[in-house]
Each structure stands twice: as C-alpha cells, then as structure tokens.
Design a protein around this ligand. Sequence first.
Ligand SMILES: NC(=O)c1ccc[n+]([C@@H]2O[C@H](COP(=O)([O-])OP(=O)(O)OC[C@H]3O[C@@H](n4cnc5c(N)ncnc54)[C@H](OP(=O)(O)O)[C@@H]3O)[C@@H](O)[C@H]2O)c1
Length: 488
Amino acid sequence: MLQKVIRSAVIDAPIDRVWAVLRDFNSHDDWHSVVQKSRIEAGRDSAEVGCVRAFTLQDGSFIREQLLALDDNNYRFTYCIVEATVPLERYVSTVTLKPVTDGNRTFWHWESNFGTPPGRERELANLVATGVYEAGFASLRRHLEQGADRRIKGHSPMPMALPLPSQRIEIEAYGGHDVMRVRSAEVPAPGPGQVRIRQRFIGVNYFDIYLRRGSIPDLLPLPGTPGMEAAGSVIDIGEGVSGLMPSDRVAYMGPLPGAYASTRCVSQDWVIRLPAHIEDQVAAALLLKGITADYLLHDLAHIRPGQRWLVHAAAGGVGLILGSWASRLGARVIGTVSSPEKARLARDHGCDHVIVTGEYRFADEAKSVWSGGADVIVDGLGDAAFEENFAALAPCGHWISLGQASGAPRAVSSELLVSKSASFSRPVAFAYVATRQKLAERADRLWAAVADGSVKLPPIEPHSLAAASRAHERLESRQTTGALVLTV
Ligand SMILES: NC(=O)c1ccc[n+]([C@@H]2O[C@H](COP(=O)([O-])OP(=O)(O)OC[C@H]3O[C@@H](n4cnc5c(N)ncnc54)[C@H](OP(=O)(O)O)[C@@H]3O)[C@@H](O)[C@H]2O)c1
C-alpha cells in the first residue's frame, strides 16, 4: 500500500543558513543523529543532481539515495531511495523550506511517498515520520545551536559515469554446458533510454542452449553472455527514460542476449514494473515463457472452447504454463512427456491426457483420443518429431514450430501443407513484444492469469549464477520439470 508521510517544523535560524546545510546532499552524517557515515559515490559533487549518497544508520541499516532535483530559487530538493536494507519501496521525498517572516526563522516541510510490504505499513510510516523526520528537525536545531554548520566539508567535483562491478557468465567458444565461465566485469552507467538493473533472478530458457551451442552465432558473437530475461531492481536510469525509477522492482525480456549477469543495462522498452503479487523469482521464471503462452493462445491459435491442443514437453517451462492456461480457456489438451513423473505433473497442470514417450512416438495415441487429430500442435521438439507431428495434425490444423530441442526442423513444403489444408508457423516471442506497450499488455495479462489461477505456477528450480553450467546440463538432458532460474 502507498504511504504518504508529511512532517513540518519551524527552525529558529534564517532560511539561507538552514538551506546551506540541507542542500549539501552529503551533510546529513554531520547533523542527523541517526546517520552514522555517508559518502557520495564516484567522487561527484554533493549538490549535483543525479549524485548518489551511500550511508549507514546507527542501527546498521544501509541506504543509497539519489538526488533527483535541486531548486535553489525555491529552497527545495527531491531525492529517492535507490537501494536499502529497510523495505521502503519507491520512496521519493521532497524537502521544502519557506521563510517565516516573524523572527527571521525557517519553515521546513518534509514529505514522502513510498510503498511497504503488507502488514508493515504502520511500523514503517512511523519510522519515517519520527525516526527520520522529527529526529531530523531536532538534530538540525542542535547542530545550528552549536554552530557546527560553520565547518566546511570538502567536495571533489568530478562528475563522471559510474561503472559498477558485476559478475557474468561468458562463453569464449561454442559448445557443451561446460564452456560457460564466470567473469568479473564493469557495467557502465546507463546510456540514453537505458536502465541499469541489479538482477536477482535470471530466467533460463531452452533458447539459451541454442545460443551456447552456436546455433545462432550472429546473435551471440564470441565472447558472449547468454540469457534473455531477468528480474531485479533499477539502480539508475539514463537520459530520456520515463516511467521507471531507481529502486523500482522490475523484470525484462529482450531480443539481445546478456542476461546471465549480476548487473546489466538494458533498453527501457524491454522493462516492466512488477506488481506486488509477483515475486522476483516468479517473474524471472515466467515472463518469457508466459508471454510465449500468451501469444500462442491469443494471437496465433485464437484459442476457443473445445479446440484440441497437442503440447510437447508438457511438463517443461512453457508446457506447464501453456497447459494450465489453455485448459482454463476451455481447450482440450494432450501433452507429451518422457516419464511417468512428468506425466503426473502435466496432468496436474491442465492436460486431459498425457502420452509418455521418450522417442517422439505420439501420433497414433493422439489420434485414438481425438479421431481427427489435433487442431493445434505446439512443437518445441523439432526435427526428430517431424513426421509424427504431421501425422497427428487434424485437417485444417495449425502446426506451430516453436523450438528445436531435438535438432533444427527441416523445411516444410507447401505440398505437404496443402495435403491437409494445414497452416504452419515459426514464431519468435520477441516479435510479439516489439513495443513497450505490447510488452506491458502481455505481461499484465500474464500476471492477471497467475492471480486468478488460470496459470498454475510451475515448479521453479534455482541454481546460482556460477552454476549456470549445471542448470544447462540438467535442462538439456531432460531431467527438469517447470522453469529454471539463476540466482544472483
Ligand atoms: N519461439 C518462441 O517464441 C519460444 C519461446 C519460448 C520457448 N520456446 C521453445 O519452447 C520449447 C520449450 O522451452 P522451455 O525453455 O520451456 O524448455 P523446457 O520445455 O523446460 O525443456 C525442454 C524439454 O523438451 C523436451 N525434449 C524433447 N526432446 C529433447 C531433447 N532431445 N533434448 C532436450 N529436451 C528434449 C524435454 O521434455 P520431455 O523429456 O518431457 O520430452 C525437456 O524437458 C523449446 O523448444 C524452446 O526453444 C520457443
């Protein structure tokens, strides 16, 4: 829930004297009793808009705040929390001073808006109102009475970009899962239109394996870092960015790899803010796979009640999301999986019938369940299932070739398709989120489907970023169910 805290006080000192202290964004460890030690990052000036102060409180809390605006004419400045161990979300605060003509004193107005985790609203609003603002008024009064503001604090004005250290996975040669290495790197400040994100969870997709193997070298030149999606919080934003602020909880998916990293700059067009009910881990596990399910259902196959869907790898990341969503929308779903355990899970997530086959033999069984075959086939298997897929397709059916876990699919001839009056698609998720608005619409629909139970959450298997190789090994040896994430 959004909180608004407002406090004000009259300080017995002229406005210019009070302002001289407060406009220095790094002065608070001199005068505020709860602030222990503060410094301005990257040697910037403490009155420079955009500078970040990093400080600790007496109770050990750590906070980074960024100066967003400074108005000397109106004695006002605004700042926000970029990172904090205290759970204040989207915290933005403004300090305004006004002269009190009676006695040449100063009226100090301090207000903020922020979100809090459920159940902690009162506690955190109280902390800000009394522990920070009222204690601040008292502290500054004391500071001025003692004349401590006459001391001058040194600055070293050196505005510059702020590179941040990061860990990332690097591939120097295409190959098996063991070609992935952890490397240290610096991530520069975000460029125009970019946001820099501290990533907490990174989504692992089968697509990352194609990149690692060198199936799409143009997309991952060497050395390169795989990964198409992640979730975390915004550290800072570049010029021209709108609708996103430092400390926002966000997730992204984008058409250029590089997500296997602890910090990354990405285009604002790839990024969405997360609603409170979607945790970071769930967002990283679901965003790309859930948006894939969304465009399959709503754009490509135009789902309708009674439609017959054959979904391969039905216990995998995309498979479980798609199975539960399609079934909630009234489709009948047959899944294929390679083990009885996977079959149980697929049934639990909406499949009416599950075929257990490790060798891509499913057409006869599918046609014995539905005499005509499947209206829609969602095929992430590729080459090894080519003939079976065509055999399982109903007249006028739609074969959607989504991926190639068993190898690149061969070309489909028009003669083959015309023999069943069938259609064939070879879509890529990123084309369906090509604009910021499209991405936001699809993500909203996905989160709503999670909230109302249409999408039943798949199991999520976490691995550390350094263990990305192990995650790939498990995914490509068909050992996993649900979605995999890397944790930072
Ligand atoms: N085009 C797009 O927009 C788009 C977007 C997302 C995903 N995809 C595709 O959708 C498919 C599923 O992706 P995902 O990330 O959710 O992966 P996943 O389904 O969690 O994992 C892949 C699954 O494929 C099955 N599989 C069958 N033959 C395999 C083989 N030879 N090697 C490895 N696995 C094999 C395995 O399930 P069983 O053991 O049960 O058979 C395995 O668990 C992939 O093909 C991916 O490329 C496409």
